[in-house]
Design a protein around this ligand. Structure first.
Ligand SMILES: [Zn+2]
Length: 341
């Protein structure tokens, strides 16, 4: 009954203009769609496109734009071929109701199915999708590895205390950094360098690593996004939401966290409780902010032949995945390590 009503609404939608990029997605030869949301019935599915018309070109990105009068809506999409599952779309909505929503998939062909969920609208309203389009974000890039489906994203998630780049007098990037705004995985490293004993020493070591990466390895900036020292201080490295340089061939969507020290024989530096707590808190923030699957946390050695992040850090990954998945309540009641020792 509801599905028939939705189908009728869908078919009643006017044919709409194709986007500027890629292929317009059509459903029964019509692009875009319009659907009605009744207040007071959420949470519920309020729109289900069914499979789109075939999309013969490989695509990895879905983009929608339209009008969303009430901010209570979220979107998910799936590809009707292959194991991608449902992917939650990132929604950007202006206060005036204009919105766009975006989802990332492994690069492949296959028809699209789109759903909208009402999480509790307070007014009856009409949602319009002017255009639904798919494209390959970088047509020359190799196909992406299979992405885990993304959980809900919380733009209001609160980051733990972080010492910013200014505190270690970071040099500017030697080349513009590439944006990488929707990370879906996290990788742990160690520096294989100094095991620091004070914040001042950690800031100095971070400055050293940047110089080593920029002028020794000729990279644009320090490779990682975050540095965590043995005292539990979290230090901003390469800005978050820019492409890292820490995991060769697997930097896309990958947040790099590095532990200061050498957590491997023969030096055998020990990860400290404060350090692991800070990595856990940082990971919990990333998981909530971007909907990252906590199971996506890996060690550098899971991607290539390397000791990194060291045997003594690698054995803590399961525990860290658990911390990443921890609830907001657990986070609030847990003792927070001092970030300014
Ligand atoms: Zn590494």
């Amino acid at each position: 009954m509801k599905a028939e009503l939705l189908l009728a609404l869908l078919l009643a939608a006017p044919a709409l203009r194709a986007g500027d990029l890629g292929s317009e997605v059509t459903f029964g030869a019509r692009g875009g769609a319009r659907f009605h949301v009744n207040a007071g019935y959420g949470p519920q599915i309020v729109f289900d496109s069914g499979p789109s018309d075939p999309l013969p070109d490989a695509w990895d990105t879905l983009l929608i734009q339209g009008e969303m009068p009430d901010p209570s809506l979220r979107f998910a999409a799936s590809r009707q071929a292959g194991p991608a599952g449902w992917v939650e779309l990132e929604v950007h909505r202006f206060p005036n109701g204009r919105f766009w929503a975006r989802g990332r998939f492994p690069k492949r062909t296959g028809a699209l199915r789109l759903r909208a969920f009402d999480e509790g609208s307070t007014s009856d309203h009409e949602v319009t999708m002017y255009a639904v389009e798919v494209f390959a974000e970088n047509p020359d890039a190799p196909s992406l590895p299979s992405l885990p489906s993304r959980g809900p994203m919380d733009p209001g998630a609160t980051p733990p205390p972080v010492h910013g780049r200014a505190e270690w007098r970071a040099a500017p990037p030697t080349n513009p950094l590439s944006p990488d705004p929707l990370p879906w995985r996290i990788t742990l490293h160690h520096t294989g360098g100094r095991y620091t004993a004070s914040l001042a020493e950690s800031l100095e070591e971070t400055r050293f690593i940047q110089d080593f990466h920029q002028n020794g390895r000729k990279w644009s900036d320090i490779a990682y996004h975050f540095v965590v020292d043995p005292l539990g201080n979290i230090i901003e490295a390469r800005p978050l939401e820019t492409l890292g340089a820490h995991t060769l061939n697997n930097n896309e969507g990958n947040v790099g966290i590095v532990l200061l020290g050498t957590y491997h024989p023969p030096k055998n530096d020990q990860p400290t409780a404060a350090q692991l707590a800070s990595v856990g808190e940082l990971g919990r923030f990333l998981v909530r902010r971007f909907g990252i699957d906590p199971a996506s946390l890996k060690g550098h050695r899971d991607y290539k032949q390397t000791d990194c992040p060291g045997d003594l850090a690698y054995v803590r990954l399961a525990e860290l995945r658990g911390a990443f998945a921890g609830s907001q309540r657990a986070r609030k009641s847990a003792a927070r390590p001092s970030a300014t020792r």
